[in-house]
Design a protein around this ligand. Sequence first.
Ligand code: SAM
Ligand code: SF4
Length: 511
Amino acid sequence: MADTGGIRKFKNAADYIKNFAVRQEIEKYLPGGVHFIDEERINRCIAEIAERRADPAAVREVIAKSETTRETLQPEETALLMAAASDPDLFEEMRAAADRIKHAVYDNRIVMFAPLYMSNLCVNGCKYCGFRSGNARQLRRALTMDELKEEIDVLAGRIGHKRLIAVYGEHPTTSTEYIAESIETCYGRQVAAPRSGAKVGIRRVNVNAAPLPVADLRVLRSVGIGTFQVFQETYNRRLYGEMHPAWSVKGNYDWRTTCFHRCMEAGVDDVGLGVLYGLCDWRFELLATVLHARDLEKWFNIGPHTLSFPRLEPASGTRVPEESPWLIDNATFARIIVIARLSVPYTGIIVTARENAASRNRVLDHGMTQLDCSSNIAIKGYSDFENEAHQEKERQQFLLGDVRSIDEMVRYLAGRGMITSFCTAGYRCGRTGGCIMDALKTGREGKFCKINAVLTFREWLDDFASDGTRKIGDALIEKELAGIREWLPKFYPTVLKQYEATCRGERDLFF
Ligand code: SAM
Ligand code: SF4
C-alpha cells in the first residue's frame, strides 16, 4: 500500500474546487510572473507563416537540423515547416524525413496500449466533454477495485494488453489515493492466457488525470506510475477561459500548464503532453507545444516522453465538437503529425482510436509510434461487453473512430513491415526521463526497442493471436531476428537465448 500521509484532505467538493491548486507550486515555475507560453512570439510566427512562401533551401536546412541533432526546434523553425506544408513536394520531403527520424529513434515498431476509463465523476465544467458536472445525461460511476479486476481480466487475459492508459475524471472520490490504489490493483492482477495458459498481466500503467500537486505525484511515483499524461486542451489563454469556467479547478490555466514541472520535481519524469485539436488554430497549439517542451528541457533537461493528438469528437450533451470554428480535416491532421515529429524529434507520438481507420493508416508512416486497439472507453466497457466495440454516447466520453481489433491491427501493421511491440521495459529498467533522452537522440534506445519488440511480440502471438495472424507474425519475427543478427552479431546469441526461452513459455524477459 502506498504511503499517502503527505496528501491533503478536503471536506467536500466545494472545498476541493476552491483549494486544490497550490499557488506556490505554480509561481515557482513562472519566475517574475512571465509565462513560458509566449503568445506574442507565437502570434508573430503565425503572421510570418501567412506572409511568406517557404524557401525550399531554408526548409531543407530545418529538416536536416531535426534529422541530425534530434533536438527540439525553435518555434520560428517549426513555423517555417508550417509554411512549407501546403506545398505538396516539400511536404513529401518533410514526411519522408519524419519517417526516417522515427525509424532512427524507435525502429520499425509500433507500441500497443489500451485506454481504461476508471471514472466519469467530475467537478469541472469543460464545455466540450460529456463528463462535465452539469451534464445530467451522463450515467456516473467510478470502478470499484473488484470491477477493475474484471476489466483487467479482459484487457490482459483476453486481449493481451500489457500497457494501459488509465483515465480519471477530476473528483474528490477519485482522489490520488484512489488513483494509487487502482495502479496497484492493475499491477497485482495475473490471469491465464487463452492459448498458452501462461500467466499474464499489466506491466505498465500510464495515467491521464487532472494536474496534481508535488506531494500527490510522489505517491503515484511510489506505486510505479508509467507516464503521467495531461492534455492542455488549448494553450490559448482566452479560448481556454471560454471552455473552462473560472469557478472550476480546471479553469486555472497556470495550474495546468505547470503540471509537468511539478511532475519532474516529484520524480515522475515520463510526461505526456497533448492538445485537444479543434479548440483553437492548430498552428498556435503546435507552436505552443514546442515552447512547452523547450521550457521543460530548460528546467530539467528532459522533454516530453510522448505527444498526443486528440481531436474534438462528438460527445453527449454538447455541440462544441460540431460547432467549433477550428475543427481540422484529415489532411491537416497528417501535417500536424509530420511537423510534430520534426519539431520534437525524440518524442513518442500517440494516435488513438479516436481517429478513424483511414486517418490512422495514413499517418503510420508520418512519424507516429504508439496506438491503441480493441479499445472501449465506457466505464466498465471491457467486462460488460466482452470487448465488442460497443458505442454508447451516454456511458462514454465520446465515440471511437477506429474499432479494429488488436488481431486485425497486428496483421495490418505486419503487412506494412511494422512490428507490434508490447514492450514495457523502459521504465522498469530505469530508462526514463533524462536517462532515456540521450538514448533516444543517439538511436541507442531504438536497438532495445527492436529486441524487446520481438520478445513481447512472440509472447503475444503465442498467448493470444489467431492462427492466421500468428503465421504472418512468425514470418515477420524471422525477418527481425535476421536483422538483429546482422547489426549486433556479438550480442545476437544472448538475444537468441532469451527468444528461445520465450518460445518455451518463459515470460517477461527483456533488455
Ligand atoms: N479529467 C482529466 C482532465 O481533463 O485532465 C483527464 C481525463 S479527460 C476524460 C481526458 C481528455 O479527454 C481530456 O484531457 C480531453 O482532451 C479529452 N476530451 C474531452 N472531451 C473530448 C471530446 N469531446 N473529444 C475528444 N476528446 C475529449
Ligand atoms: Fe472532467 Fe476532464 Fe471531462 Fe473536463 S475533460 S469535464 S476535467 S473529465
